[in-house]
Design a protein around this ligand. Structure first.
Ligand code: HEC
Ligand code: HEC
Ligand code: HEC
Ligand code: HEC
Ligand code: HEC
Ligand code: HEC
Length: 499
């Protein structure tokens, strides 16, 4: 039987572990210091600093005892005896120093991992992590988010909210998403709505107090007609937002549906929740309920088995509070109204809208074709009028607007993501307020134009028609289509591009 004096930690595995841990610690400290002094913006930096390097550090640290364990077993097998565990003799000043050093190292490590995991937690909740790490996949959502009223709200404040439960759930589903991205099996476009989004009470309502009474909001809508002069058409409306709480104001107007005094539930027969076939409203004070059914789209018995009743919340109307895809017509209207596009170019509304609305395969292809279409049109129709710098800057502007709203690589554009506010390009409010949803007594959910807004003025700017009464004006359709705007849904003709 031989005796071995060397320490069990003197083995190749523990040694490798020690080296890996020490190197990772050094790298971590260096990167952490760099992050403290400079503002590092690269999203991969955080991934490296807070996830990959600490993983190596932990791996190294785990290797050390693993090596020792293997070493102990090796010695046993060869019959080598000796103390398996280190002997600490507190009377020996050298041992005391080592022990002290060890304790300091453990405390430092615990502190560091506390700070590290706190930072890692923050990093995995940051806009950089959610929006920019998989920049190809999340580019549409991230780009639109950055131009929206919520650009300073973190992704997780709407998508995850507070609490460990949802944090863990989101990270678990995140693991699948990482896999889907790496394996390139993610859907294009990303489907909407999100199946299991956290209820608005726990996200939106952490910042927005649902009892708030808003009164009415005056909004000016600029339109330009697809004619030679790009004729401007304005609609100025008072939108009756109102409130849902009997304590802070009248429970009237649009925010009447806020689930405070009333509760609205519905069944949709399609995955995008655009075809609503059954609606129930409950008056919370009296308990009275009314059920409205769309007889033209009844729920089949099979659907009744699988469909889930949804309680209407903020997201059923505000489903695009931050990822706001603008339609080609809206983009061009806005750019013409603000002077970003020159309204003196003949037919610009029409040509630009058509160029944007065409379906393209790649961004580069889109930019090239947009330029080509405009050059061709003006070259043939107005060769003397529109040339040189005026045409170049118009093309550049349109290309820029395209990139802010269209993402052909992800097949994401306005017509894939219905916007439920209003009713011009999508059914929106008309999913229920279309006059087809009838209750047992034959009453419909209101479709009076003045239930939701009144028109203050409308028309061409030099000859506006002004309202002189609280009921506002009767709507006048900008081009003559007879009475069809009363009989059809606006979205039957309006799709966001030209009809
Ligand atoms: C103001 C709240 C809010 C913020 C901030 C926010 N989102 Fe969203 N997001 C939503 C809502 C609401 C939906 C649509 C949900 C629905 O209809 O079910 C959505 C949908 C999505 C979708 C599904 C595709 C779609 O457009 O419907 C993705 C992906 C997404 N968000 C990613 C992000 C990322 C990444 C960020 C941060 C850069 C972010 N979100 C920030 C509210 C938000
Ligand atoms: C972290 C706080 C926060 C959260 C969470 C949040 N919002 Fe907001 N929201 C704001 C702020 C701040 C503004 C005002 C922005 C401004 O006017 O510059 C705002 C503005 C709005 C507006 C008015 C936008 C406009 O066009 O003026 C709507 C509508 C809205 N939020 C809906 C939502 C919905 C729906 C959700 C949940 C999906 C949500 N918000 C979640 C902070 C938040
Ligand atoms: C029935 C649909 C509907 C529901 C449900 C709804 N809203 Fe609204 N909300 C609207 C409409 C319509 C407007 C008017 C603004 C517009 O047309 O863009 C509005 C306006 C707002 C505004 C801007 C008000 C202003 O005057 O600046 C905020 C903020 C807002 N809603 C938050 C919420 C929150 C938070 C919830 C959930 C508790 C909610 N809304 C539920 C339809 C709805
Ligand atoms: C899921 C179905 C549903 C959707 C979607 C919906 N509503 Fe309603 N809304 C109702 C029901 C049900 C009532 C109550 C029926 C009634 O009294 O006629 C109602 C009532 C109203 C009222 C009258 C409130 C009052 O003062 O009595 C207004 C205003 C209104 N909705 C606006 C809107 C707007 C604006 C939108 C779109 C942003 C919208 N609704 C979307 C179901 C819906
Ligand atoms: C259930 C509520 C509701 C009813 C009923 C309703 N609207 Fe609206 N409408 C809205 C809301 C909400 C918006 C605001 C959309 C926005 O903020 O972008 C809107 C916007 C509009 C706009 C401006 C659209 C734009 O982008 O320029 C016009 C015009 C309009 N409505 C006309 C009508 C007419 C005409 C009727 C009757 C046939 C009607 N509305 C019935 C809720 C309603
Ligand atoms: C029968 C088809 C049809 C119906 C229904 C219809 N429109 Fe139109 N609308 C048109 C046509 C065609 C034009 C002219 C081309 C254009 O500008 O898109 C137009 C133009 C417009 C414009 C200005 C143009 C723009 O694109 O900026 C507005 C605003 C408008 N309609 C509002 C409405 C509203 C609100 C409703 C529903 C109450 C409605 N329309 C219903 C066919 C229709």
């Amino acid at each position: 039987m031989t005796k071995q004096r060397t320490h069990i930690l003197y083995n190749p595995v523990s040694f490798a572990g020690g080296v890996i841990a020490a190197a990772s610690l050094l790298v971590f400290l260096l990167l952490f210091f760099l992050q403290l002094v400079g503002r590092v913006e690269n999203p991969y930096y955080g991934l490296f600093l807070f996830i990959i390097v600490p993983a190596f550090l932990l791996f190294g640290l785990v290797l050390v005892p693993v090596g020792a364990y293997v070493e102990i077993r090796r010695r046993r097998r060869y019959g080598i005896v000796g103390p398996s565990f280190p002997i600490v003799d507190l009377n020996d000043p050298r041992h005391r120093r080592y022990l002290l050093l060890g304790i300091v190292a453990v405390i430092a490590f615990l502190l560091l991992s506390a700070v590290g995991s706190y930072e890692a937690y923050h990093y995995t909740d940051s806009v950089q992590f959610c929006g920019r790490l998989c920049h190809e996949v999340m580019k549409p959502e991230d780009t639109l988010y950055r131009q929206s009223p919520h650009a300073r709200v973190r992704c997780v404040d709407c998508h995850v909210g507070a609490g460990a439960n949802w944090y863990v759930r989101s990270k678990l589903s995140g693991m699948y998403q990482v896999y889907a991205t790496l394996a390139n099996v993610y859907p294009r476009p990303i489907p909407t709505p999100i199946e299991n989004l956290r209820p608005a009470q726990e996200t939106c309502e952490q910042c927005h107090w649902p009892e708030q009474f808003y009164g009415a909001q005056q909004k000016l809508f600029h339109h330009f007609l697809p004619d030679e002069r790009n004729t401007e058409w304005q609609i100025n409306m008072l939108i009756k937002t109102g409130g849902g709480s009997p304590i802070t104001g009248l429970t009237t107007g649009i925010h009447w549906h806020m689930n405070i005094a009333n509760r609205v539930e519905y069944l949709a027969t399609d995955p995008k929740r655009q075809e609503i076939s059954w609606v129930r409203f409950t008056n919370r004070a009296t308990g009275e309920t009314r059920v409205f059914v769309d007889q033209t789209n009844p729920v089949t018995p099979e659907q009744a088995e699988t469909l889930r009743v949804r309680v209407m919340d903020c997201m059923d109307c505000h489903n695009r509070p931050t990822h706001i895809y603008r339609s080609p017509s809206q983009i061009v209207n806005l750019a013409l109204a603000t002077g970003k596009l020159d309204r003196s170019l003949p037919f610009l509304k029409q040509v630009a809208t058509e160029a944007l609305a065409q379906e393209y395969g790649t961004t580069q292809g889109a930019l090239d074709t947009i330029a080509l279409r405009l050059r061709e049109f003006y070259g043939q129709q107005f060769p003397d009028l529109v040339r040189g710098a005026a045409l170049d800057s118009t093309i550049a502007r349109l290309q820029q607007l395209y990139q802010l709203n269209f993402f052909p690589e992800m097949r994401s554009r306005w017509d894939r993501y219905p916007d439920n506010i209003g009713h011009l390009n999508f059914k929106g409010c008309y999913r229920c307020h279309d006059g087809k949803h009838v209750d047992a007594e034959g009453r419909t959910i209101t479709n009076q134009c003045t239930a939701c807004h009144t028109i203050v003025w409308q028309g061409v700017p030099d000859s506006l028609e002004l309202s002189h009464s609280p009921e506002g004006l009767e709507f006048r359709h900008p081009v003559d289509i007879g009475e069809s705007w009363k009989e059809m849904l606006c979205s039957d003709c309006h799709t966001g591009a030209l009809p």
